[in-house]
Design a protein around this ligand. Structure first.
Ligand SMILES: Cc1cc2nc3c(=O)[nH]c(=O)nc-3n(C[C@H](O)[C@H](O)[C@H](O)COP(=O)(O)O)c2cc1C
Length: 209
């Protein structure tokens, strides 16, 4: 058991390319169940999870995430209409902004293939007024679903690369999105060290004092 957990933690990495094979239904059910098998401060559970699966409608929605929503500008753009002095590279605030960037050839698209995973979970707050602990609760729920999936032979990929308002509007979410995780069978993986050669993951003794 302990050996299995160590192996899962050792091997898990954020996967961006899945082979497209669907996840068997009984495994999907266990991953779904795991989102609520974590503690929540004061049992608030102030979050919901929207799931996109393999229906035609959902596959179209995931393609839009891949092409337009979970993207960034290729050059610095105005932070906002109110603050035109500050220039940043950021995700589009709406799909029409993404279209305009595409037309200007400044949209860095197709960078988050995890949004095309056969199963995509989107955690969000539906009360619109989260407290700090609610974010921790989402982190726990999210991580539990990842560990559950990995222990069942399913890989996962985080995606936080989106503008909240853009994703909210695009998926018609009644609340505020926090993070997405795609689940599926990895087509290719890239280790943490490979992704961040100049910024390695710390050892435990660099964190614990
Ligand atoms: C909350 C969160 C959001 C993330 N969002 C993205 C993302 O949008 N795109 C991406 O490629 N990786 C994303 N990642 C992956 C991290 O960049 C990645 O986990 C980090 O490089 C560590 O790599 P590993 O998961 O392979 O160990 C995210 C990770 C976390 C925890």
């Amino acid at each position: 058991m302990l050996e299995q957990l160590e192996k899962i933690l050792e091997n898990r990495t954020t996967v961006k390319y899945f082979d497209g094979n669907p996840i068997p239904e009984h495994i999907t059910e266990l991953i779904k169940k795991s989102v609520a098998q974590t503690p929540s401060c004061n049992n608030r559970y102030n979050f919901k999870v929207k799931i996109l699966g393999q229906s035609l409608e959902h596959r179209r929605a995931k393609l839009g995430l891949y092409e337009y929503v979970c993207t960034v500008s290729d050059k610095e753009v105005h932070y906002s209409d109110d603050n035109t002095d500050l220039m940043v590279s950021r995700s589009p605030r709406s799909v029409s902004e993404a279209h305009s960037w595409r037309d200007q050839k400044i949209l860095r698209t197709q960078i988050n293939g995890q949004t095309l995973a056969p199963l995509l979970f989107v955690w969000y707050f539906d009360d619109g007024d989260p407290i700090d602990n609610d974010y921790l609760d989402v982190g726990l729920s999210c991580w539990n679903s990842i560990i559950t999936a990995e222990s069942l032979g399913v890989q996962s990929g985080f995606c936080g690369c989106f503008d909240n308002d853009c994703l909210k509007e695009y998926l018609d979410i009644k609340g505020s999105p926090v993070v997405m995780v795609g689940f599926g069978f990895a087509n290719e993986t890239e280790s943490n060290e490979h992704k961040h050669p100049d910024k390695p993951r710390p050892q435990w003794d660099q964190i614990i004092s």
